[in-house]
Design a protein around this ligand. Sequence first.
Ligand SMILES: C=CC1=C(C)c2cc3[nH]c(cc4nc(cc5[nH]c(cc1n2)c(C)c5CCC(=O)O)C(CCC(=O)O)=C4C)c(C)c3C=C
Ligand SMILES: [Fe+2]
Length: 433
Amino acid sequence: MSHSPSRRAVLGGLGLGLAACPFSLGRARAETAPQASALTAAPQAGTTSAADRIAPFGRFQAGIVTPRPAWGLVAAFDVIVDTPADLERLFRRLTERIAFLTSGGKVPELDPALPPADSGILGPELRPDALTVTLALGASLFEAHPWLSALRPVQLTRMTGFPNDALNPDLCHGDIAIQICANTQETIIHALRDLIKNLPDQLVLRWKQEGNVPVIPPQPAGVVESARNFLGFRDGSANPDSADGALLDRVLWVHDAAEPTWAKDGSYMAVRLIRNFVERWDRTPLAEQERIFGRTRITGAPLDKRHGTEADVPDYAADAEGTATPLDSHIRLANPRDAEGIKHLMLRRPFNYSNGVTKSGQLDQGLLFIAWQASLTDGFIAAQTRLNGEPLEEYIKPVGGGYFFALPGFGPGPDDYLGRQLIDAIGHAPQKT
Ligand SMILES: C=CC1=C(C)c2cc3[nH]c(cc4nc(cc5[nH]c(cc1n2)c(C)c5CCC(=O)O)C(CCC(=O)O)=C4C)c(C)c3C=C
Ligand SMILES: [Fe+2]
C-alpha cells in the first residue's frame, strides 16, 4: 500500500479533459475514498458509475493516462483504403462513432424492416460508463501505401519475435489497433460491435483480446494498491509516478525531432498476448515465485524490504550480489535502476485474460500486456531484451501482439478528427513509388 494524491488531483495535474457534460466522472467518488495513482492502481469497487464520462478530446488520446479501467480489449484490424481520401473517411467515421459512444445518448429507433441501429446489449439509452477508445496505427499501413511511407513514425516496425516467443501469426500485427476500455465488459463489447457494424467496408477484424483488471474493495483515503495478475502478484507497483506530470510527459509522448511532425503527442504502444502456465506456477514453491519476480506475493514489497510496501524502492547498490533480490529476477532485469534507468521507463497498463481451455486441457489464461512510451526502442524493446532468458520464461509464453503508434489527440472543434495531423501531412510529404 502506498499513499498518493487523489484521482482528481492526478487528473487535474495532468491537464486531462474531464467532460463538461451532464455526467460526472465518478458520481460516488467524492463520498468514498479518493482513488489515488489512478493511472495504474486497481479500480475500486463503489467508485465508478455508468454515468462516468471521459471526454475523448484533448492534446493526447484518452485511454492512456485516464484512470485505470476495470475492462479493456485490443482489437487489431486490417483496413481497406486505397487513397488518402479513403483514410480520411475512415478516421472521420471512427471519430464520429467514438464521439457518440463516449458521450452516450439515445440509440436511434429505425424502421423495423431494417437492422437495428446497434446491438441492443446496453438497452435503448447508452451511458458512457467511462468508455475510452484509443486508435493506433501499425507499420503495415505505412508500408502498404506510397503516399504514407515517408510519414511512418521512425521506430514503428512490425514486431519481431524474441527468443521465448511462439508467435501465432493469426494473433499478430494489424494496420490499426483499437484499445477499448470501460467500467464494464458489456460496454467494451458494445463499442467493438458498433465499430464493426458501422465500418464494414473499411475494417477487417484480424484478432482481438479482452481482459480485466480485478476490482478491489474501497480503500481508506489515500491508500493505493496495484491489481493482481493471474500469477497472484501485484502488477503495476513500479510504474512511473502518475503524480509527476513532467515525468509522464517525457516517458509517454513523442516529441523527438527525428519523428515526423504530425506524430507529436502520439505514443508508441507495445501489445503482447502472454500466456501464463498457471498450473505449473501453482505447483511452484512460494519462495521460488517471489525470487522469480523479486517481490513478495502478499504485499508486493521488494525482497530487500520484505516487511515494507509495494511502494518501497529496492536498493540494488546495497545488494550487488543479488542476495536479497536475485540478479535475474523479473524486476531487476526489467529495470536495473542504474544511471540510465529513467531513459527506459514505460507506462504498463495490462489486463488479465481468461480464454477457456487449450487443446491439451490447460487453462488458457494470461496477460494482455500493454505498454505506452515515447520511444519503443528505449522502452519496451530495451526491457524485453534484458528480460530474455529470465526464470519467469518457464511459466510464460508470448503468443501474439504487435507494435502500434497511437495518434495524437483531437478536437473538440467540429472540424477536427482523429488522424487529422497525419492526413494534413500527406499533402506535403514526398511520395515513394
Ligand atoms: C518488456 C516488458 C515487460 C514484459 C513483457 C513484462 C511481462 C510480465 N510482467 C509480469 C509481472 C510483473 N512485472 C512487474 C514489474 C515490471 N515488469 C516490467 C516489464 C515487463 N513485464 C517492468 C519494467 C517492471 C517494473 C520493474 C521495476 O521498475 O522495478 C511486476 C512487479 C510489480 C510492478 O512493478 O509492476 C510483476 C508482478 C508478468 C506476469 C508478465 C508476463 C506475463
Ligand atoms: Fe513485468
